[in-house]
Design a protein around this ligand. Structure first.
Ligand code: DC
Length: 227
């Protein structure tokens, strides 16, 4: 079976998941949030009290971790050793741990196969950092979605504010810049724009405009989009 794959990569807070979820709904594709898989692994390591710099302990822990995805009414749930941890993986502590441990080969290897298997059996829109460059190099449509770090920080700030969480804009921007730097400069599968990816800078675009730009890119790459 030939599946149609859309890869979306980009830095933290660029709006990848919001956009990917919408595109998936419009196209009837499965949305695969690979960041959630890395986050679930980080949560396991945090729970075990493993140091983010202890590569040996992280490698050993990888064999004790089973990550899987489940969909409930179209919404992705990530399971860590059978436990739905979707609501526990969005904290700043988990974000920073995730970025720190995703530099290690055994961590990435563990998730790579699962990600490729998902994309090989169904039409997916998959977001992350290395989807177009490494996980799905043959994805029919590749998008590099970015926005200025200040714009991304403000968006995140508003999101947290709406949830009633106390936060500091400067700290959020600092954390975003730190995470981007680590994700872009690691040795294995760093974040970068694939040569054949369409660059979308959403700094001054609405969600609808970004969704339309992706649909247009997919259409150009042979996807039949009705409506
Ligand atoms: O997309 P996100 O913010 O949920 O990702 C959290 C971290 O996971 C990100 O800072 C780096 C890592 N990650 C990765 O290395 N490769 C991916 N494909 C997805 C996420």
């Amino acid at each position: 079976m030939t599946t149609y794959n859309i890869a979306i990569d980009g830095p933290a807070g660029a709006g990848k998941s919001t956009i990917a979820r919408r595109v998936a709904r419009e196209l009837g594709f499965i949305y695969v949030d690979t960041g959630a898989m890395y986050r679930a692994m980080a949560l396991y390591l945090l729970r075990q009290g493993i140091d983010r710099n202890d590569e040996k302990a992280i490698e050993a822990a990888c064999s004790q971790i089973d990550i899987s995805l489940r969909y409930h009414e179209g919404v992705q749930q990530v399971l860590l050793n059978g436990e739905d941890v979707s609501s526990l993986i969005r904290t700043e502590e988990v974000s920073q741990m995730t970025s720190a441990i995703s530099v290690y080969a055994p961590v990435r290897q563990k998730l790579l196969e699962l990600q490729r298997e998902l994309a090989g059996t169904q039409n997916v829109i998959m977001d992350g950092r290395d989807i177009g460059t490494c996980v799905l190099p043959h994805a029919q449509t590749k998008i590099y979605l970015t926005a200025g770090s200040h714009v991304r920080a403000v968006r995140r700030f508003k999101e947290l504010e709406e949830k009633g969480q106390m936060c500091n804009l400067e700290e959020i921007e600092h954390d975003i810049i730190e995470r981007d730097y680590r994700d872009m400069h690691r040795d294995i599968a760093p974040l970068k724009q694939a040569e054949d990816a369409v660059l979308i800078d959403s700094s001054h675009m609405t969600i609808v405009q970004v969704v339309d730009a992706i649909m247009e890119a997919a259409r150009k790459q042979g996807l039949e989009v009705t409506g």
